[in-house]
Every structure is written in C-alpha cells, then in structure tokens.
Design a protein around this ligand. Structure first.
Ligand code: SF4
Length: 112
C-alpha cells in the first residue's frame, strides 16, 4: 500500500511540489559520475522550472543548507550563492562555506 506524506507547518508548500514521486532525480545515487549527474540535474531543473513553489523551496534549501537538488539549484549552485552544505564533497568542496552572499570557488578569481 502506497502512502502519501502531507506536511504541515513550515513545509506546507511541499504539498504542491512538482517533483512529488521523483526523488531519484533530485538526489544522487552512490558513486554517481559527473556526466550522469549533469543529465540527472538537467531533468530536475526542467521540473523545478514549472513548479509553483520554487521560491519557497529554494529559500528553504538555502537556509537549511540542504543536500541534493532543490528549487532549481544544485548543491554547487547554492554554494556559489553563499549557501554551501556543511560537509561538501567533490566540486562543492572548492567553495567557502559562505554567509548568504555569492562566493567563488577557491583558486578562481572573483567575477568582474
Ligand atoms: S522547486 Fe523543484 S525541488 Fe522544489 S518542490 Fe518544486 S520541483 Fe521539487
């Protein structure tokens, strides 16, 4: 029997999420290769683009430094925006933790 979780409180917006039932597109499997990640995240991004709660989702993920793809943003997108996850790996580990203002990865010059 399949069940549906209905959130209340600060996560009420998730009840309108366009990604419902598509978790595998929003979180990586173990050992995911960069090429596969790019394809998976491109699909996730198209779903987020038409989601009615994208702004709420993005704000939640940034403020809670979530892992995975949320609100049209990958972990790297959030890191660049100044909201890096607590324990980064791979490309995301190049970014400083950030304090909510855009940052650049270590070893790269600031954008002009
Ligand atoms: S913005 Fe994307 S990740 Fe967030 S609820 Fe909508 S579809 Fe899901």
């Amino acid at each position: 029997m399949e069940s549906t979780i209905v959130f209340t409180g600060p996560l009420t917006w998730t009840n309108k999420a366009a990604c419902c039932g598509q978790t595998s597109l929003f979180f990586p499997p173990p050992g995911e290769r960069p090429e596969a990640r790019a394809r998976r995240e491109a699909k996730a991004r198209t779903i987020c683009a038409v989601c009615p709660v994208m702004e709420d989702c993005r704000e939640w993920a940034r403020n809670h430094r979530e892992y995975g793809f949320w609100g049209g943003e990958s972990e790297e997108d959030r890191a660049a925006a100044g909201f890096r996850v607590e324990m980064p790996v791979g490309r995301v580990a190049r970014y400083p933790k950030g304090d909510g203002a855009p940052v650049v990865p270590r070893g790269e010059n600031a954008p002009v």
